[in-house]
Design a protein around this ligand. Structure first.
Ligand code: BG6
Length: 486
């Protein structure tokens, strides 16, 4: 199946850091369909050869285990082409269309790896020159808006040129292998389904913790914050995958319909609810991995008096029959103690303990990164102990561990690799539909609004910790603790 993949923003960070390495991995492992052409588009003048040299140089900065040999790169480079475009000039779009039509590829994927403020302009121009036929798909990278109104405006402009099924909104968390495993765990196995409900589950915790600070992205981050950057999209998408009902088929729209129902069932925030159930924090100087690091306010391109949150913890509920009353805790932050993304399903304790001192409940840990695996925590008999009241069994916590990298020794497809391959193949399951995205904005908006009206700002926390103490109190209030504290 021949394809043209056009990368707008062809010299930008996203392209060389994530997209090109992912495309190279797909190529190296024989997953990229034959007959492909990768066309990078950017503003400056370059030849194909100069662009190939640029990408080769940048590859040196990516993970060393993923580096191509000279021979591998030479073969990959044959797919790479460069095209200069001024994105405001209609003639340049017409030229791109001619170049694409001249080859007549079966599929055309237009990946907008540019700043989002250019999306409306690019989509309108693509529509105007007719580069929106049925074989064309457009891929949009976040941030897709900064609130509901701006997201709706982007969707309106995109929809004027492309059908919903042609517009692929990326949430790269959905491309992570662990997230596909979550779907497989729930809908490919009958084991957990009877337990996957309020009667058996005490609470659910989603933690997306990063050790890194904002780095050189201070200007972007400061107008975004953790709620928009991680919660509105990644954390909520994970929540929908955990809470959704089994879809009737594995078809993209069946899955998206179920995810949308979850988003619509989330308990809406009132101003009092935000004050009670949402904690925001901002990192101060501290020690991370043995090294002293500066606080957020001293990062480059961050205003000295910024009230931007680098940490959010919140409690919500999914208000339906399956989940009524079960707390869902979401937590994400920069400069956390440990780089770790995981979902913890905490089951209820036994109704009537007969073993002394053993009240620890079972939990299922779905690990997204750094490792990708599953852990089922159980209690097992360790031996016996004798006390005044006789001899009794001593139980100790043990876990069943599944490491997917070990279980599947073949190459595991990374998030961007998977999403790019799906975009080329037209598989939409892992892309976010506009109504899901807008519903997620609708849900976070009262939080943004309440924060705007609250001058107290984020709570400080030392870099290299698990965030403000209030985040622990949020969970402790219900009689629980964050998983790492148990
Ligand atoms: C991005 C955010 O969407 O996700 C970044 O904009 C964040 O701020 C990144 O660092 C985290 O992704 P991952 O895959 O490294 O967990």
């Amino acid at each position: 199946m021949s394809f043209d993949l056009v990368l707008f923003g062809g010299t930008g960070d996203l392209t060389w850091r994530k997209l090109m390495p992912a495309l190279f991995q797909a190529f190296r492992h024989g997953k990229l369909p034959e007959g492909g052409r990768l066309i990078a588009v950017a503003r400056d003048e370059r030849t194909d050869e100069q662009y190939r040299a640029f990408i080769k140089e940048r590859f040196a900065e990516v993970d060393s285990s993923k580096q191509p040999s000279d021979e591998e790169f030479a073969r990959f480079a044959e797919l790479l082409h460069y095209r200069r475009m001024d994105l405001s000039r209609p003639e340049d779009y017409a030229g791109l269309k001619d170049a694409i039509n001249a080859r007549g590829a079966h599929t055309v994927v237009l990946f907008l790896a540019t700043s989002p403020h250019l999306f409306p302009q690019i989509c309108a121009q693509l529509g105007a020159v007719g580069l929106n036929g049925l074989n064309v798909r457009v891929v949009l990278e976040k941030p897709l808006g900064h609130d509901l109104a701006s997201a709706q405006e982007i969707n309106r402009v995109v929809r004027a040129a492309f059908d919903e099924n042609q517009a692929l909104r990326i949430d790269h968390y959905l491309g992570k292998p662990a997230v596909q495993n979550l779907s497989a765990l729930r809908f490919g196995n009958a084991l957990f389904e009877p337990l996957w409900r309020r009667e058996s589950i005490a609470n659910i915790q989603i933690t997306l913790a990063e050790r890194l600070g904002v780095g050189t992205r201070g200007d972007y981050y400061d107008t975004t914050g953790a709620l928009r950057d991680m919660v509105q999209n990644h954390a909520l998408q994970l929540l929908t995958m955990i809470a959704m009902e089994p879809p009737p088929t594995n078809d993209a729209n069946c899955i998206r319909d179920e995810k949308l129902k979850v988003l619509r069932s989330l308990k809406p925030f009132t101003p009092e609810g935000v004050a009670r159930d949402v904690i925001r924090g901002q990192y101060r100087a501290g020690t991370v991995d043995g090294k002293a690091v500066v606080g957020y306010l001293d990062e480059v391109k961050v205003p000295a008096a910024s009230a931007c949150e680098t940490f959010v913890a919140l409690r919500t509920e999914v208000q339906n029959w399956r989940w009524a009353g079960v707390p869902f805790y979401l937590r994400t932050g920069k400069r956390m103690a440990v780089p770790e993304a995981q979902i913890v399903i905490n089951f209820r304790e036994v109704p009537h303990p007969i073993f002394p001192g053993a009240s620890r409940a079972n939990k299922l840990v779905i690990k997204l990164q750094p490792e990708d695996g599953l852990e089922l925590h159980l209690l097992a008999a360790k031996g016996s102990a004798t006390s005044g009241s006789g001899t009794s069994e001593v139980l100790a916590p043990v876990s069943l561990d599944l490491d997917f990298d070990k279980a599947f020794s073949s190459h595991r497809v990374g998030a961007y690799e998977r999403l790019l391959l799906d975009a080329i193949a037209g598989r939409l399951n892992l892309f976010v539909r506009s109504d899901e995205q807008e519903q997620a904005w609708r849900w976070v908006e009262p939080v943004l609004e309440a924060w705007r009206n609250d001058a107290t700002g984020p709570r400080p926390y030392a870099a290299g910790t698990w965030g403000p103490a209030a985040a622990s109190a949020l969970v402790a209030r219900d009689g629980f603790a964050w998983s790492e504290e148990q």
